[in-house]
Write a protein that binds this ligand. Sequence first.
Ligand code: ZN
Length: 408
Amino acid sequence: MILQGLWSQEGSERAAAAAWPLMEALYPICRSITGDGVRRTLDLLEGMVPLQRTEVASGTAVFDWEVPPEWNIREAYIVGPDGRRVVDFRDHSLHVLNYSVPVDCTLSLEELQPHLHSLPDQPDWIPYRTSYYDLHWGFCLRHRDREALNPGNYRVVIDADLQPGHLTYAECLVPGQTGEEVIVYTHLCHPSLANDNLTGLAVAAALARELLNEKPRLSWRFVFGPGTIGSLSWLAMNEEHLARVRAGFTIGLLGDAGPLTYKRSRRGGRLPDRVAEYVLPRIAEDARLFDFEPYGYDERQFCSPGFDLPFGRLTRSRNGEYPEYHTSADNLAFIRPDRLAGSIAALARMFAIVDANRAFQNLSPKGEPRLGKRGLYGPMGGMSPAEFQYALLWVLSLSDGDHDLLAI
Ligand code: ZN
């Protein structure tokens, strides 16, 4: 079975530690759903696993959506009445409203206020805000800093481009003995946030790297792309190949203190659901399993009724379930290395069963096969069969091509 080197605590801790420098390098980068932050992120991921990149042009229709103009930002700041920079994008990539249009103007504090975003309940945290499809500009800042702003004129500069370009995603394919595929999707569109989404990137890279040294039965395709528009773009580019998808997982939020949490596919009862139901309660007493809902991460695209793919999702906390979610407090200090390792171990076990599971055909199905003449039955008749013989009889009885190993 695949990925056994990551099943143990020791093996998964080693993999998590190996992926940590990647998260540290990725953390400061200002990512978004398009742009050079995504490409720099893929450059760094390529230090761990080989990637095949796809660039999808702005304006490309993807189902009910369209790939937006590409966004790139050089700098952004606000200069206060005393000439001091009160907010500077160089200090933190969260300081700018992600996908802000360019701006260079001077306005009063009252005029500036509607463009500011802060968290009165968490005055020391910078919120993460985006405006991908409405043309806005804005800044995100600590509420404590916002309250210290004095009346007067403020110079506002956002030096950014919003122009025709591309959306970028990348794939790491680990070829298997069959063309049947498992897709692992993780989003890479968040700027300086750690649990969401650096842990997904690190865990996917760690699993892919280990798998590249093995010979899986199925082909494993790890996809690193932006949330929503990225998975929609991938689906649009791969629509004719979806029949080969045996299972899929979206992964993310894998390093917080929350319990392992699996979200079932839309229909439920499908391969990744059955694997999660088998594995998770056996390795974590507090594991949670939830039914599908059409809200969350990219599983809502893969599981939309027009695709209805067997996709599940593994996280620890769910999106929005912890106060640090989508704020500057979701940083590397928030990540618990033991939890990250536990997530790697859980996925390694789940992936191994997905890869190994299949339905067998009993080649001697007419009547009970004679175990004795094959040396598989105890020498003495009249005794109840031992557990081993029982297991053989069950496996042979259920190996009708219909029941797979998980069912047996
Ligand atoms: Zn998020």
